[in-house]
Design a protein around this ligand. Sequence first.
Ligand code: PLP
Length: 260
Amino acid sequence: MGFNTKLIHSREFEDQFGSATVPIYQTSTFKFKNAQHGADCFSGASDGYIYTRIANPTIRALEKNIADLENGYDGIATSSGMSAITSVYMALLGTGSHIISTASVYGPARGVLEKDFSRFGVEADFVNTADIKAIQSAIKKNSKVLYVETPANPTMDITDIKTCSEIAKEHNLILVVDNTFATPYLQKPLELGADVVLHSITKFINGHADIVGGIVITKEKILYDKIRHMMVYMGCNMDPHQAYLVLRGVKTLSLRVERN
Ligand SMILES: Cc1ncc(COP(=O)(O)O)c(C=O)c1O
């Protein structure tokens, strides 16, 4: 399937009635099939359809749709772009670890590291990530994550994702890209070597200014499992009604981006 076909079809959605669009499963809780099903949902070994904070069919349809657009393994939808960012920080950083980030990154993505994650012993440096030497000289023994926002909001500063991925591989860093401004229509960070891509879905992906939301997509299962666990345990989940509106909005992504 080409990009425009994926926008409207994505992976097949099947329900018992053969619905053409994804229905809104506006439910907090699902019937357990049996005790084992409940246990498997908590461990991640099953579909998770026991409780909407863990998983919900409308939200899963959106997660798979955007993951397909980014050519990623799978997606993790969140209540906002900021909860996508904090789920990633929480999953990938810990006391004594260090993150290097774009200096002109979206303000709260910087502020939460400086004011809040610092209280838990996470170190952060903010550099001009367009300058490869600046990234290289910021790398320390405890560096774990290279986080770039490109184009950055609102400066439109551009970072070369492919070069960052080479540096990240050389130094064993996880490369995270905020792709909110470009959208997967214009830029696919995972194909350029990033490990994790995230969005404020609030912006172009939804495109109708009627919801706030976020999503994280990973290249591999191992990071997907870590970040999904964090999203579920911190309760950063999206709501089914939000997911339905985004599934509707995203269908016109390429038309809207072209038209802009
Ligand atoms: C590039 C970028 N990333 C993240 C965010 C945060 O997203 P949200 O407002 O959906 O929490 C924004 C919001 O403006 C943004 O522009």
